[in-house]
Every structure is written in C-alpha cells, then in structure tokens.
Design a protein around this ligand. Sequence first.
Ligand code: ZN
Length: 399
Amino acid sequence: MKLKGDQQTARAINRRLILNLLRRQGAISRAEIASVTGLSPAAVTFVVSELLEENILVEGEASLGAPGRRPIPININYAGRLVAGLKLKVGGIDCVLTDLATTPLVTKQVVVPDLSPQSTVEACASAVEELVSDRRAPTGAQLSGIGIAVPGVIDNGVCRLSHRFNWADVPIAAMLAERVRVPVWADDDTNAFALAQQLFGLGRHHRTVGALAIGAGISCAVVIDGSVHHGANGAAGKMGHSTYDPNGPPCECGRRGCLQTFFSEPALVRRWKEARRLAGEVTRHDMLNAAKTGDRAAIDLLQEAGEGIGRYLGGFCNIIDPEVIVGGGEAVTFGDYLFGPMRDALKRYAMWNPPPITPDWADDSWARGAAALATQRLFDFESSPGEIAGTGLQQSMVK
Ligand SMILES: [Zn+2]
C-alpha cells in the first residue's frame, strides 16, 4: 500500500512514539501503550503489527497468574539486529559489535598505521568484517548499520575538521559505506557518547543532558529535548576551546590558552610530571595514586582543574539548564579529586540549582556511543523517515 505524505508522516511519528516508549519503559502491553501515548487502540494495534512483521518488535509471554485476559507484553527485538561502533583514536580504533540496546557482544582494538582517511577506512572495513565473523557474534542477526565517532567538527557524515587527525572535509561515512555496503553514520565522539547516554545510559530518563568529556580534549555535548544538539556547523559543544587564559600555551586549534591546554587529561599529567620533576613515562594512574597519598602538587592541580572546568560548566548550565551532567573520558579516573571541586565551582557559578555531575566509569561507553549513532535511527523516524525499518536498509545510505 502506498501511503500519502501526511499519512506517512503520522505513521512515522506513531512508530517513533511507540519505540521510544518501549526503549524507556521496557516491555508493556498494547493497552498500556495506548493509555500512555494517547493513541487509539486501533492505531497501536496497526503500528505494533507492522513492527512485529518487520521483526523490530517481539511479543513476550503473557504474565501468569493475572486474572482474566492476560495482556501480552511487547518489547523491542534488541537481539534481532546488530550494529557496529567504531571509535577513532590517534593510532587505533576501539571497535564494538552490539545489539540494538548497544549491549557489547564483541569488542576489538585495531591499530591503524597512519592517520590518513584511506588507511582509516581500510582499517574500519576489516574491523567490521572481523566483528561480524567473530565466533561470539550471534548468527542470523543482520548488520543494520555502522557508527563512526571521530573527535572533530562533523556535519552530515563529513568530517569538516579534526585537529587531532589533521583532516579537513573528509566524507568519512560515505567512504566507509562504499566499502561495506551498509548504512554508515559519523559524528563527533563526544556527541556519540552523549547519544549513548541519552538512549540507554545515565541520561535515559532525562530530556536535557550535558555530556562532559575530559580526555585528550575537553568537550561538553548537549542533548536538548531528546536530541543531540549539533549547531549550525556541527561545531557545538567544543567547550575545551573556550579561552581560559589568552596568554596560555598554544592549542591544537591554533589559538592560545584554551581550557583544554590546561586541564585535558594529558595536560594535567604533563603539568604534574613537570611540577614533580619526574622522569620517564608517567600516567594518570601514577598521578591519582600520588593524590591518594597526599601529594600536594597532584591534589592542587586536580583542584584547579575542577574549579576551572566547573566555572565553564556554570556558564553552560546558565545557557542550557540541563537536568544532569554525565562525565566521561580518561579523567574520570581522578574521581572526586577532580569532580568534588567541579561540583563546588558549579554551585558558585550556576545561577540556578546546579544539576548533579555523574561520572560514567564504563570503559566501553565510547565505542557504544559510536554504535548508538546507528541504533538511534531506529528510534528517530523524523530525521530519517523509516529507512532502517524498511527494505531501504540494504541501500547505501549516508547521514
Ligand atoms: Zn583550542
């Protein structure tokens, strides 16, 4: 049946409504879906049947013991499709194969010999092949899409700029889609991390979320009303490039004294190493252990970083007013030595009640974030009207 434009839109909106309800609430019956969404029972039955047919939903067992007609719970068929997440880092790729709930099934680290887009795409393509042919990968489920997370300004699948990779205008999603013949989506790594938090992580029950990443750089991605905010050019959330001290050290972006030149994880470790005049390789774990034994240089630096980042977060909260800020990146290792002063600063600099800052300790959140770029299409029929659900899946599609 060929649907008219507005019918098609209504259908897409109803599908999106039901899928997102199930994502947040877990398995519920058709009657409950109708009562929560306000859709008519007939509309719910229609959409649910369609999604069952497409294998996107599954019916569970009717609960035993309930009197009368037992409602059959409906849930998303998370195991029915697979997605791959590829988080690009300088020197390598963190790869993960997940189900639609971004639950990791197979993980893998891949080394990339150089930073060129060609080598990266080659490495991504073979990594995907290895992921799906791994013996831990379930048989029978199809690979629905691939998400690539790259630190940089990403717009519509094109990496406009990545200082760390020295890329400009690299159509990374299209390049990989050509090699692998499944839909590929690309986004900034912190945006991907934010998306994973919003879909299935600590931000799941919130509409407005900040995702603060303190690693090789500092970013704060923002989810507004359930969608990651990209801005006009895909350059939103680059908090780490706000000026902290105009006379500070040069930054990768070409400016001086950006916040991240002082407080990124490598900057903190380097500054501590210099302060203590240490030789050889020094890691954040050494710095944390020193802080634990009362090392003033380590404690003071982390205090200064928490304060400094907290001040910018205060400004961020005054503009965005998030319900929660999720913290990620290597620097979460520093725990309350960093987040304690950050929370104090936030109290001082946010005009309204500051949101909680909740660190996410899971190592795999970043690669899962990349996978979430692909899974989100299932839940987001407005921006991508239903391709992933229908037969259009097989075609090479870039967003
Ligand atoms: Zn900068």
